[in-house]
Design a protein around this ligand. Sequence first.
Ligand code: HEC
Length: 140
Amino acid sequence: MSKFAAKAISALFAVALGFLATSAIANTDNDAIAERIAKVGSVCVEGDDCGGAAAPAAAAGARSGSEVYTASCSACHASGVLNAPKFGTSDWADRGAKGMETLLHSALNGFNAMPPRGTCGTCSDEEIKAAVQYMVDSAK
Ligand code: HEC
């Protein structure tokens, strides 16, 4: 074992002991200590999220129709790729006539060359619906 590793480990023990000794009285130091421990070796204590799984997109609040459209739908719907109904044109007046329920069903499950969820795997049903509404509202 290298001298450095031995030092690092003893430092870790010192910090960990300090942590145990002071956690009951000095809770405010816990973050700083946890941060120092994490630099030596990744320690994950119960109650921490430990930078593991990313929070689900929905937790950050639902994206608006225009945000979802720009991120996931415009690639095809802005210019009409594969005959996708084009944003801001009468294409959407025709589609709108089908009714939201039908359009949403197509958007969620796919419809001919229209891929399920427009390939947005992280979009909630609500976000897909908002994007459909946004495109229907763009009809001229
Ligand atoms: C890979 C290209 C592509 C992407 C990305 C895409 N679409 Fe489409 N979409 C199409 C095509 C092509 C059609 C026309 C399908 C047809 O009528 O045969 C279509 C049609 C639709 C329709 C009309 C369905 C119907 O029943 O008439 C809706 C609603 C729709 N798309 C919503 C979306 C939404 C919402 C997104 C983004 C989350 C999206 N699309 C992303 C290609 C795409």
